[in-house]
Design a protein around this ligand. Structure first.
Ligand SMILES: [Zn+2]
Length: 473
């Protein structure tokens, strides 16, 4: 009798357990179906393409697809596509999808002054360019910025880090084109008090593609005490510090005369390395100084070799920066110094110029690149993003990151055949091969046509401005 009762109880427990398990499975299946159906809601699907992820393993996905919802990448895969009704489909057959390029140092509206003084050395160039810059109006800077942004977008750049003036006009141009940018904020000193325009920061704090830096320039004009104040403001407002430093061979002597400190000692004494900091140019650091910089985890180099060679005949000691594992982003500097704003052009220049070859006798045996094609591409993407402190959002194609993606046509004659994508992109491709650009989840360029801006109107306006500039000569 007791045995029977126990058996009935056992059966009852078994029955309840099975019911609970089935219930959990049904709920689980229902939930996963819901999540899956949620994924059908895709804004943009790029398909049939080779994906250069630039993730930690530099994974390349063949016949791949990328799904974008709002401004983020929500899924990446290959072969079967689990999305039925994307709002927009981009067929990437014969193309490479890669992260948008990051330009870590520019002076955007200097597009207006390209070619006005190409044959001067740095000090003459700066004084000549400054004389022209004083005559530029807000409106000129607006059109010059648009011109630069169009050149950048058409050649694959989706983010630039800019140092210039007339900030409202630069921001207006950025909102017009839809590019992503880091903009240096306006500030001044009155009786040694640092004045920043907090209304400016408040007004623009929610811009979807804009973040901010502070750029004490020229650095030689700032005392240690002033730099300490700049550092505090940077810390309190989450600003990058963006510096021109060691841009010419005489800079150390000039700083020693005025500050009794080298440029590196000055910024180090002012504790600037406590903040995220970009050292643009840096052609004249000694190996000991580069060793010191390598111990500052917030510091990155913005490498601008074309501009530096043109104006000084010298570049940053890139081999030592690499050997010391310092993060390096690529910069164009301005159109008036570095030539084009096409990052492919600058990557190509690095690949051809920086071989491990310092004299004619050893060249033949040791003429390997100091930096591989893959690492040059990283410099222009994920490492550029790290330079700007934006690596959690951009710089690689990964689920959860913002959708800043470019497509490059490898069907063009100069890119055929393709054995190694990194090599092909660095040695054989240029900005004119970029066909599509998506920034912050929005299609900014499709099949070479800009979506947000009338290119012809910008060219006409810049031609009018150039007449005024010519008359200043
Ligand atoms: Zn510069």
């Amino acid at each position: 009798m007791l045995k029977n009762i126990l058996n009935i109880k056992k059966d009852k427990v078994f029955f309840i357990s099975i019911t609970i398990i089935i219930f959990i499975i049904v709920i689980f299946l229902y939930k996963s179906k819901q999540d899956y159906s949620h994924n059908y809601d895709v804004d943009i699907l790029i398909k049939n393409t080779t994906i250069l992820t630039l993730n930690e393993n530099s994974q390349i996905i063949n016949d791949g697809w990328i799904a974008i919802k709002e401004n983020r990448i929500i899924n990446i895969g290959n072969n079967d596509i689990p999305f039925k009704n994307p709002k927009t489909i981009i067929d990437g057959k014969g193309k490479v999808a890669m992260p948008g390029l990051v330009n870590t140092h520019s002076h955007i509206a200097l597009t207006l002054l390209k070619g006005v003084d190409d044959d001067s050395n740095l000090s003459n160039w700066i004084s000549n360019i400054n004389a022209y810059e004083k005559k530029l109006s807000e409106n000129d800077v607006y059109w010059g910025s648009l011109l630069g942004e169009i050149e950048m977008i058409k050649s694959g750049t989706t983010t630039f880090n800019d140092m210039y003036f007339f900030d409202d006009k630069r921001i207006e141009s950025i909102n017009k084109t839809g590019i992503r940018a880091v903009i240096d904020i306006p500030f001044s000193f009155e009786n040694n008090d640092l004045i920043i325009n907090s209304e400016f920061l408040e007004k623009y704090k929610n811009e979807p593609t804009i973040t901010f830096s502070i750029a004490p320039n020229p650095l030689i004009n700032f005392s240690k005490e002033k730099l300490i104040k700049i550092n505090e403001i940077a810390k309190n407002n989450d600003l990058l510090i963006h510096l021109h430093i060691e841009e010419n061979r005489n800079e150390k002597n000039e700083f020693l005369k005025i500050h009794n400190l080298t440029p590196l000692q000055l910024i180090s004494n002012a504790q600037l390395f406590n903040n995220k900091i970009i050292l643009a140019h840096s052609i004249n650091f000694t190996n000991d100084e580069i060793d010191y910089i390598s111990k500052q985890e917030n510091a990155s180099l913005s490498f601008n070799p074309k501009s530096n060679i043109k104006l000084t005949g010298q570049t940053a000691n890139i081999k030592h920066f690499i050997d010391k594992n310092i993060n390096i982003g690529l910069g164009t500097d301005s159109s008036a110094s570095g030539g084009s704003l096409d990052i492919f052009d600058h990557m190509n220049f690095i690949a051809f110029s920086f071989r491990n070859c310092d004299n004619n006798n050893s060249c033949e045996q040791d003429n390997k690149p100091i930096i591989s094609s893959e690492n040059i591409i990283k410099m222009a993407t994920i490492n550029g993003a790290k330079t700007l402190g934006l690596e959690s959002d951009i710089g690689s194609l990964e689920v959860g990151k913002k959708a800043d993606i470019i497509l490059i046509n490898l069907k063009n004659i100069g890119s055929i055949p393709s054995y190694d994508i990194f090599s092909n992109l660095v040695y054989n491709t240029d900005g004119s091969d970029v066909s599509d650009s998506i920034i912050d989840g929005k299609i900014i360029m499709r099949d070479g046509i800009l979506k947000n801006i009338n290119e012809k109107e910008v060219i006409e306006q810049v031609n009018l401005i150039s007449k005024k500039i010519k008359s200043l000569k």
